[in-house]
Design a protein around this ligand. Structure first.
Ligand SMILES: [Zn+2]
Length: 504
């Protein structure tokens, strides 16, 4: 969770852009990558570069900023630059950025801006897998898919209402619903199946020309699918998955990737020097020590606790709830029975409010009639709480709001949404959650460490089970071992092989 005051980017600036785009010259031209006559209605190549430049800082802001590790950043930029030299647009000034985001994602903006998350880097086992992802994104740019998609998003997003916390909290808020920037929305939209197949073919072409084994595209896709299963397990629905990750933004199937590899003729002819590089150990050495999961600046989840060492706060959710962190809020969910949404109040609103009670009624829960509004004390901090009801698309929901005044300045907000038949039963556990909210001492805050990637060499007496037991993740250890290292419970191990572990 970041500070709430930077979560909205004014969309009004896009209205002139749309008008300019509509007045722009629409034309047909042969695409050098695909050879197709493509009708890119809104954007000239010059306009594409301009859009990329304008959106780039907003994308960085919306996705956790650039990951603060110069070595990894330079490594990815270098790899991307080399791959782009094998594309049809080697003269374009390409920009490759590693985002400080634990989600597994990669996307591109028009004009040669390519993004890859550190979450994605943690899944890859070799340079060829990363090269496959970057080449695929380069393919979306050279085939001008990102320009087409961007044009469509600009056209449809004008007038789109961005939901406030109360509205979006009726369901689980998605990153797409909370991120107001058009560029970010465009980045999170999915491509068509034909565009994916085309980008895979172009990706295979570029990575093969650069000397990498194109089968790495398939091995990485297998990891993505294994990761999708974990996401499903986390929400208690094995078939469900995150809507804002690479599987949602790049809808593909294993069959289509195989088809792309077959169709890309260079892959059949082999790489220029006949070698097919994976560069496994070189790659693992680069990501050794990289942060895995949430960074401390984003607050971290440990079991049932949310701990934010920078804001120096901590609270616990009851058993049966699972916590999800995002740049704009922290959501805890217990099946369909209850949701807890935690975030920070807009400091401007707090400044304008005459009291904490006034803040709740006039600035936060403005669409609700709050009952029994009372002052309470939570571990030495002034707080206000009240109840209400909300008619959501899933039926009536009981609401409790809690606003807490941090003596250091900010106001924090807890929103409890319960199914009416569960409200009484959950009353005590949720009350305990409220009163678990407390400030961390300086020493406590300093002792909070993020998880990191740690390399380990498989020994003769290791088993898949003993290896997954070494992962410091709190659940789904076997599944994470498969996602990180392609090692399943029945895999035969090769002693001496370097694998990735997770630890503080
Ligand atoms: Zn794609």
């Amino acid at each position: 969770m970041m500070n709430s005051n930077n979560k909205q980017i004014n969309r009004l600036v896009y209205v002139p852009l749309l008008v300019a785009a509509m007045l722009g010259i629409a034309g047909c031209s042969a695409n050098p990558a695909t050879g197709e006559q493509s009708f890119t209605a809104f954007m000239s190549p010059e306009r594409e570069k301009e859009v990329g430049r304008e959106e780039h800082p907003k994308i960085l802001k919306a996705f956790g900023g650039v990951y603060d590790d110069h070595e990894i950043g330079a490594y990815v930029a270098n790899l991307g630059a080399r791959l782009s030299q094998h594309s049809e647009m080697p003269e374009l000034v390409w920009t490759f950025s590693v985002l400080n985001d634990s989600k597994i994602n990669a996307f591109a903006l028009p004009g040669g801006y390519v993004y890859i998350t550190r979450g994605l880097l943690s899944l890859a086992s070799n340079e060829a897998e990363v090269a496959g992802v970057l080449s695929h994104e380069i393919g979306h740019v050279t085939a001008r898919h990102s320009a087409q998609r961007y044009s469509t998003t600009v056209a449809t997003s004008i007038g789109l209402q961005v939901l406030g916390a109360l509205g979006s909290a009726a369901g689980i808020p998605s990153a797409a619903g909370n991120v107001a920037a058009v560029g970010a929305q465009a980045a999170l939209q999915s491509y068509s199946r034909d565009q994916e197949l085309q980008s895979d073919m172009l990706g295979v072409r570029y990575m093969t020309r650069a000397g990498y084994d194109p089968d790495a595209m398939t091995s990485f896709f297998t990891k993505l699918r294994a990761h999708q299963r974990i996401e499903g397990l986390m929400v208690g629905k094995p078939d469900a998955a995150e809507q804002s990750n690479i599987m949602a933004t790049h809808p593909r199937t294993a069959e289509r990737i195989e088809q792309a590899i077959k169709l890309a003729s260079e892959a059949q002819n082999g790489t220029p020097d006949g070698r097919k590089r994976l560069n496994g150990d070189e790659y693992l050495a680069k990501i050794d020590g990289m942060i895995f999961g949430d960074d401390i600046e984003q607050g971290i989840i440990r079991g049932n606790s949310f701990i934010h060492p920078v804001m120096k706060i901590r609270y616990d959710v009851p058993d049966g709830f699972r916590l999800f962190n995002s740049p704009v809020n922290v959501v805890a969910k217990k099946n369909d029975e209850a949701v807890i949404v935690f975030d920070g109040a807009n400091p401007e609103d707090v400044k304008k409010a005459t009291s904490l009670k006034n803040y709740v009624t006039n600035y936060w829960a403005t669409g609700l009639s709050i009952r029994d509004l009372e002052n309470i004390n939570i571990n030495g901090m002034s707080a206000v709480t009240g109840t209400s009801v909300l008619n959501s698309k899933n039926g009536r929901r009981d609401i409790r709001v809690v606003a807490i005044q941090d003596p250091d300045g900010p106001v924090y907000r807890l929103l409890f949404i319960t199914d009416p038949i569960k409200t009484a039963e959950l009353n005590l556990p949720l009350r305990n959650a409220t009163y678990s909210f407390r400030k961390l001492t300086e020493t406590e805050a300093k002792s909070v460490k993020p998880y990191r990637i740690k390399l380990y060499k498989i020994r003769a007496n290791d088993t898949p089970a003993s290896l997954s037991a070494m992962l410091e993740v709190s659940e789904f250890k076997d599944e994470w071992m498969e996602v990180l290292n392609a090692i399943k419970p029945d895999s035969v191990l090769a002693p001496g092989t370097t694998i990735k572990l997770i630890g503080e």
